[in-house]
Design a protein around this ligand. Structure first.
Ligand SMILES: [Fe+2]
Length: 448
C-alpha cells in the first residue's frame, strides 16, 4: 500500500518550522507591490484573486494539518472550511471558482488575521513534537503554497494586462539590466537579438531508462513510481525558442495556415482570434511591431528578441515546431536529459520576473554541459499527455484529489519558470495544463 510516507519524507521539527515560516513570509512579500484592490481582481477564468490565494493556502494547512493533528485547534471561522476549499470534492462543498472575485467579505484584514491564526496554530503544533505524518504534510503544504506563489504572480500579470493603465508589478530602474531593454534603442538592446545565436541541437542516446522520482526527498504523488521507459535516439534544442524566432513564425503566416495546426488547435486559434502569444500587442497590420507586456512593464519585441517566448499554448508550441520541421520532446526525453544536472537558472529569487536570454558565448550556462534554460525561464510544453505512471497511487484521503483526478485532457510541462520559487523544481517534476492554456510562463523547446 502506498501512503503519504513514501511521498513526503520526514524533516526535523525545527527545520520544518523554519521552512514553513520562510514560505509564508515569501507569499506576503510577493504582495508588497499590490494594493487591496489589486488583490480582488480575477481577470480570467483560470486565475484567482490574490486575496483568495492568501486565504486558500492557509485553509490548506488548517484543513490537512491543524484539524487532524492539533486536538485543541479551534477554527478561526467555521465558514472558511468550505469557502476557501478549491476543488477537494470529498472534503466539503465549495463555491464556483468564477465567484472568487466576488468575495469582498472577508476583507483583506480578516484574511491576514486568518493567516496569523493558522501560523500560530502551526507553531504550537510543531513545538509539540507532532507525529511524522504531520511533519510530512507540512512539507506538502509548503510545496502547495509555493505553487500558489507562482500562480499569484501569473494571475496578477493577467490582471495588470487587462487593466488599461498596464501597471508594472515591479518597476525597472536604471541600475537594472532591464533598463536598456525598455526602449529597445540602446546598444545593449540592439545586441540582444544576436545573443541567443543559432539554435543548435545535441544528440542523445536512446535506450531503456528509469524515470520518476527516487525514494529520497520530497515529491508529489504524480512523480511516482519510478519505472522504466524506452527512449529512441533523439536530438534536443540547446536553448528555448526565442520571441524573435516566434515573430518569424507569425510573419510567415503561422496563425493563418491550418496545415500547421492540430485540429483542436486550429479551432482554438479561430475561436479565440489568436494572432500572437498572450500579452503581445501591436499596431494594426504590422507583423513586426509587437510590444510585449511583462511583470516589469511593456517592452518592444526588439528588446526581447533573444528572450524565450512565453505564454504560448501547447497548440502554439506544437504548430511552431511543425513550422520549424521539428517536434516537441516527450516528457521522458526531457527528464533523461535533465536528470542529474544542477538545478539552477532564472527562477523567482533572481527577481527578474521574466525569461532571460542565454548568455552570449555559452550554450549551456545553467546546467553544466547540457542545454541552457532547462530549469527556470519557461515551463516547457512536452508532447506527453498527463497520465498516471504504471502503479500510480494517489495520496490517501481527500489529498488524493491533489493531482490524480486531472489525468485527462492535459499535457505535461517540465522545468519550472522565472516565477517558480527556487528549490521547488526538480528533474522529475510534472506540471500539467490543458492544451489551450496560455496564462502561465509556458514556452517551447524543440526536439527532432
Ligand atoms: Fe491549492
Amino acid at each position: 500500500m502506498t501512503t503519504v510516507t513514501t511521498v513526503v519524507p520526514q524533516s526535523a521539527p525545527q527545520e520544518i518550522l523554519e521552512r514553513y515560516n520562510r514560505v509564508r513570509r515569501r507569499t506576503l512579500a510577493l504582495c508588497d507591490p499590490l494594493s487591496a484592490e489589486d488583490m480582488m481582481v480575477q481577470s480570467c477564468p483560470e486565475a484567482s484573486p490574490v486575496k483568495w490565494h492568501l486565504a486558500h493556502t492557509s485553509w490548506f494547512f488548517e484543513s490537512f494539518v491543524l484539524r487532524p493533528f492539533l486536538p485543541e485547534y479551534r477554527a478561526f471561522n467555521a465558514e472558511f472550511s468550505w469557502l476557501f476549499n478549491s476543488y477537494y470534492q470529498s472534503y466539503s462543498a465549495f463555491p464556483a471558482k468564477r465567484l472568487r472575485s466576488s468575495f469582498s467579505r472577508p476583507g483583506l484584514d480578516e484574511v491576514l488575521h486568518y493567516r496569523g491564526w493558522v501560523d500560530a496554530g502551526m507553531e504550537r503544533l510543531i513545538a509539540a513534537d507532532p507525529r511524522p505524518e504531520a511533519l510530512r504534510l507540512i512539507e506538502l503544504g509548503a510545496n502547495h503554497e509555493e505553487q500558489h506563489q507562482e500562480l499569484l504572480l501569473t494571475d496578477i500579470l493577467h490582471a495588470f494586462f487587462t487593466n488599461p493603465l498596464r501597471p508594472d508589478y515591479r518597476a525597472w530602474s536604471e541600475s537594472d539590466d532591464l533598463a536598456g531593454m525598455k526602449s529597445g534603442e540602446s546598444d545593449q538592446a540592439a545586441t540582444r537579438g544576436a545573443e541567443a545565436g543559432r539554435l543548435e541541437f545535441d544528440r542523445y542516446e536512446g535506450g531503456l531508462r528509469e524515470v520518476g522520482r527516487q525514494a529520497d526527498g520530497f515529491c508529489f504523488d504524480n512523480e511516482l513510481p519510478r519505472h522504466r521507459a524506452w527512449i529512441e535516439h533523439f536530438f534536443l534544442g540547446r536553448r528555448l525558442v526565442t520571441c524573435g524566432e516566434f515573430a518569424d513564425f507569425i510573419a510567415d503566416g503561422g496563425y493563418r495556415r491550418p496545415e500547421l495546426w492540430l485540429s483542436a488547435g486550429w479551432d482554438a486559434v479561430n475561436a479565440n482570434a489568436w494572432v500572437a502569444p498572450l500579452y503581445w500587442t501591436r499596431q494594426e497590420g504590422d507583423d513586426r511591431d509587437w510590444r510585449i507586456f511583462t511583470l516589469r512593464g511593456e517592452f518592444p519585441l526588439q528588446a526581447l528578441a533573444a528572450v524565450p517566448v512565453s505564454h504560448v499554448s501547447f497548440y502554439e508550441a506544437d504548430a511552431f515546431a511543425r513550422w520549424a520541421s521539428k517536434r516537441l520532446p516527450t516528457e521522458f526525453e526531457w527528464e533523461s536529459v535533465a536528470e542529474g544536472r544542477q538545478i539552477s537558472g532564472n527562477m523567482l529569487s533572481s527577481g527578474r520576473l521574466l525569461p532571460a536570454p542565454p548568455p552570449a558565448g555559452s550554450p549551456s550556462l545553467y546546467s553544466g554541459d547540457g542545454p541552457a534554460q532547462l530549469f527556470g525561464d519557461c515551463w516547457e510544453w512536452t508532447a506527453s499527455a498527463y497520465l498516471p505512471y504504471p502503479g500510480f497511487q494517489p495520496l490517501p484521503g481527500s489529498l488524493g484529489e491533489y493531482n490524480g483526478k486531472f489525468m485527462s485532457g492535459q499535457m505535461v510541462l517540465r522545468g519550472g519558470s522565472c516565477v517558480t520559487p527556487d528549490g521547488h523544481i526538480r528533474a522529475t517534476y510534472r506540471n500539467f495544463f490543458s492544451p489551450e492554456t496560455r496564462w502561465q510562463f509556458s514556452g517551447i523547446r524543440l526536439a527532432r
